[in-house]
Design a protein around this ligand. Structure first.
Ligand SMILES: [Zn+2]
Ligand SMILES: [Zn+2]
Length: 327
């Protein structure tokens, strides 16, 4: 039995942050001092993060986030793991917590009705119900809910312009879903804004549905934004929907292209993996920097000598930040 001493947290919170840069620095320092790694985005409109750490450090981290009244309602998706899922910590300021081209929307004012995983499971097969996957091509090609409507988009930014295709669904019950729920906050609000009548969203996304309801009827794997690349969510009736990037046979074996300058994550079957030496194309196979293939398609990032303070370029001095953390 593997030791699962680590935890991976996925979360977001839409809340006004009037001092994003000061908060970013304070948050960054907390992560450094508690050995939390991952990616956190701080914006005027809220917080979005995927982080990993030892279980007790992650508990401390969740307490830290929620102890701030602005983020008290943050919904954490919690997965156990055997190691860090990131090689370093990044805490960045961005204009939006998810790049969306829907900056005018504030989900705290208007958004689709939240469905908890159990309610979603009961409702999703109804006659007048449409499941709408708001994620990008590379995500729904690897896995999606049975009978879900998908959109041909490379990036969530392109979601609004695909809405004409959905005109005929305006009078149905539409349930949007995404990985952890964050995109749905704005996507479902945008549907309402465009005249859709009855709009819901899967609260906590595919990840929480997998944790709480065993992922029934989710076909394939769920793409995630950490070192795991893709995870199983369905413990009830799992299937494979993706195909090998090389031969086209069914495969959900995710490989990180052996050419580090390409680094594409694609499904490649066992046989093609060996034939291509872990590369996604002939050009990558012959690339001078190609890494040796060991049959997994996974390359451990070298974190020896990792210094988390290296990325910390705060302008406030450290003592001041410490006193902020202790307030
Ligand atoms: Zn193949
Ligand atoms: Zn490649």
């Amino acid at each position: 039995m593997e030791n699962l001493d680590y935890t991976i947290l996925l979360y977001y919170c839409y809340a006004e942050i009037s001092d994003p840069e000061a908060y970013r620095q304070e948050h960054h320092l907390f992560c450094i001092e508690n050995n939390i790694r991952g990616r956190v985005i701080v914006s005027d409109e809220g917080l979005n993060g995927t982080v990993s750490g030892l279980r007790e450090d992650c508990i401390r981290y969740m307490d830290y986030v929620k102890s701030d009244p602005r983020f008290a309602k943050t919904d954490f998706k919690i997965n156990d793991y055997h190691q860090h899922a990131f090689s370093k910590i990044n805490v960045r300021y961005k204009e939006e917590i998810v790049h969306s081209s829907l900056r005018h929307i504030n989900p705290n004012i208007k958004t689709g009705k939240h469905l908890e995983p159990a309610a979603f499971k009961k409702m999703k097969d109804g006659d007048d119900v449409v499941l709408l996957d708001v994620r990008s091509n590379y995500e729904h090609e690897l896995g999606k809910f049975k009978n879900a409507v998908t959109l041909d988009i490379e990036n969530f930014r392109d979601f609004p312009e695909k809405l004409q295709e959905l005109e005929h669904l305006k009078n149905k019950k539409v349930i949007t879903y995404c990985t952890g729920g964050i995109k749905c906050e704005k996507a479902s609000a945008y549907l309402l804004e465009q005249g859709f009548q009855d709009v819901y969203q899967l609260h906590g996304g595919i990840i929480r549905y997998g944790i709480e309801e065993d992922g029934e009827d989710f076909e394939g794997k769920c793409y995630v934004f950490d070192n795991r690349i893709a995870i199983d969510v369905n413990k009830v009736n799992p299937t494979i929907v993706s195909t090998c990037h090389i031969c086209g046979n069914k495969s959900d074996r995710m490989v990180n292209c052996a050419n580090p300058t390409c680094n594409l994550h694609v499904p490649i079957c066992e046989k093609c993996g060996w034939e291509m030496e872990g590369a996604c194309s002939d050009a990558c196979k012959t690339h001078p920097e190609k890494r040796p293939y060991n049959g997994t398609g996974y390359y451990q990032k070298n974190t020896n000598g990792y210094n988390p303070y290296k990325g910390f370029y705060g302008r406030l001095d450290k003592d001041k930040l410490k006193s902020m953390l202790n307030r």
